[in-house]
Design a protein around this ligand. Sequence first.
Ligand SMILES: Cc1cc2nc3c(=O)[nH]c(=O)nc-3n(C[C@H](O)[C@H](O)[C@H](O)COP(=O)(O)O)c2cc1C
Length: 157
Amino acid sequence: MKLKILVGTMTSTADYVAQAIQMDCADLVGEIEVLLMDGLDISVFDEDALYLICSATYGSGDVPDNARHLYESMDTQAKFLGHVRYGVIALGDSTYMQTFCFGGKKFDERLSGLGAKRVGEVWCHNASEGTMPETEGTAWCREWLVQAVAAAPAATV
Ligand SMILES: Cc1cc2nc3c(=O)[nH]c(=O)nc-3n(C[C@H](O)[C@H](O)[C@H](O)COP(=O)(O)O)c2cc1C
């Protein structure tokens, strides 16, 4: 099975998290591909893979600039995504109380609205806690992948 990590970022933290996962979790899944969201649209979900959204939050609870086209295409080119299973890493900062981790949460809402099935809970990293998102994100992802692979149809593992 292939894991595709889609990265929404402005200052690269989400990319570092995705790269750490790519290195650390290679033993749990057949292949891990990391893709910045720049230039992507809803067709990225056409492939038979497991998906991990890894997105920061900006503005008033918006997705990062490089994620906007993909996010909007899930509205303008909306289609049923019932074949998609996904997880979410949402990066944020609790000083933005009203919009904490909304970038990742918005992707979750839109994906589930199109029929995609989330595996596990949305995992939020709070920049104000001073913990390393790469270390914590990788530990979360190892547990998440075990769950996601176990739930996958046998032929795709
Ligand atoms: C200008 C600005 C706006 C932000 N707005 C939010 C926000 O609304 N909600 C939130 O939870 N975090 C917000 N954050 C925090 C970032 O999402 C967080 O620091 C994240 O780890 C950055 O990831 P990146 O380096 O991949 O871009 C904001 C950060 C900045 C600099």
